[in-house]
Design a protein around this ligand. Structure first.
Ligand code: UT7
Length: 348
């Protein structure tokens, strides 16, 4: 007989429900953050030399000037998103002062799942050695962490969960077409995570998610596994300029939407933590919000674009460097394939 799923540490749903009724104002706050980058750091110059061997011409100057990227990390072949995700999750649990036994929800944002199924979140649950809590993936490409955080916040506020692990984990290097210089220099691998827990204080103050599927074709990996083979291309394709233009317009708009929901002004933001794709997009968004550029957490220079992992990686970097302090107001913003975008305002 297969073992019955258990939630050993967790209270019953009824207990969670009673707590919701008793708590008139229930919020979700970030209790801890964590991240992990694979050890293989690849500089622009490393990439220039690697691509030159295949006759592909690029330069450190072009990459830095057009994107701000100086280096990225790649996994060794065979290393998966769940392996990166679990290392980030363990750090976040330590930072929150809790263990995997205390978690009753795991959401993993990824476009590079280990398998078609089960979900990467389930594989992370197994690696953490816990059983019974809800676990599922969210697929919104580079907006994935913003989507996952918003779902976890909603579940905590309704009493469906009490303490969640929200993870962004990606192995984008496995999707790259190294004969296409317009995309292969941009992306990297990594993972970031937060522990989000119920609290009587915010926490997540406001959030907004969007998608516009008219733009499916400007950024995608169209391949699929079917009938025992790969059908279509398994490599990333992007119309860079079209994505750039959309990103610049929606990020500013969405930040204003979330500020308006919260009844706050842009000047109240202590740190802007946008998706790390291109420094020009990130600084452009800050300028439109009239924020000084030193209020932007920047990791794209060292990580490249790690898709759903980029925001929690940047958040963790900001926390561990001591710049992000308790009480600070954070604007997290994602944008990516779908086309998807969204923002979450957090009082840290
Ligand atoms: O994560 C999801 C969100 N993604 C993004 O936000 C990415 C958005 N897009 C971008 O960041 C930028 O559009 C790119 C960085 C991808 C490209 O920058 P760009 O300034 O839009 O360049 P471009 O595509 O207009 O290309 C300009 C020139 C072209 O040469 P010609 O036609 O002017 O002779 C390209 O062939 O730069 C050339 N080029 C390169 N040259 C050297 C493109 N890639 C490279 C390269 N090295 N790697």
């Amino acid at each position: 007989m297969s073992p019955r799923p258990t939630n050993d540490h967790h209270r019953s749903d009824a207990a969670a429900g009673r707590e919701t009724q008793a708590t008139s104002r229930r919020f979700a706050r970030i209790a801890g953050t964590g991240s992990h980058l694979p050890p293989d750091r690849v500089t622009n110059q490393d990439l220039v030399e690697r691509l030159a061997r295949d006759g592909i011409d690029t330069s450190d100057d072009w990459i830095v000037e057009r994107t701000g990227i100086r280096a990225r990390h790649y996994v060794q072949r065979g290393v998966t998103s769940s392996q990166l995700g679990v290392l980030a999750a363990r750090q976040a649990l330590d930072a929150a002062g809790c263990t995997a036994q205390d978690i009753d929800l795991i959401i993993c944002a990824t476009s590079t799942p280990d398998m078609v199924f089960p979900s990467t979140a389930c594989l992370i649950q197994r690696a953490l050695g816990v059983h019974g809590c809800a676990a599922f993936d969210v697929q919104a490409v580079c907006s994935g962490f913003i989507y996952a955080l918003t779902v976890a916040d909603s579940m905590i506020r309704t009493g469906a969960a009490r303490r969640a692990l929200v993870i962004g984990a990606e192995v984008f290097s496995r999707l790259l077409d190294f004969s296409d210089r317009t995309t292969c220099v941009l992306f990297g691998d990594g993972a970031g995570a937060v522990v989000l827990e119920a609290s009587d204080q915010p926490g997540v103050v406001a959030s907004r998610l969007h998608a516009d599927s008219r733009h499916v074709d400007i950024l995608n990996v169209p391949g699929q596994i079917a009938y025992g083979e790969i059908v279509g291309s398994p490599l990333l394709k992007m119309e860079g300029q079209a994505v750039f233009k959309l990103a610049v317009s929606v990020l500013d708009q969405c930040a204003h939407e979330v500020l308006s929901l919260a009844g706050r002004e842009p000047q109240s933001i202590d740190w802007l933590i946008p998706h790390q794709a291109n420094l020009r997009i990130m600084f452009g968004t800050a300028r439109k919000l009239h924020l000084p550029l030193d209020k932007v957490i920047v990791t794209v220079d060292q990580h490249g674009n790690t898709s759903a992992a980029s925001i929690p990686l940047a958040l963790d970097e900001g926390v561990r460097s001591g710049r992000i302090q308790r009480g600070h107001s954070l604007m997290l913003e994602g944008v990516g394939g779908g086309f998807t975008w969204g923002a979450v305002l957090v009082d840290y």
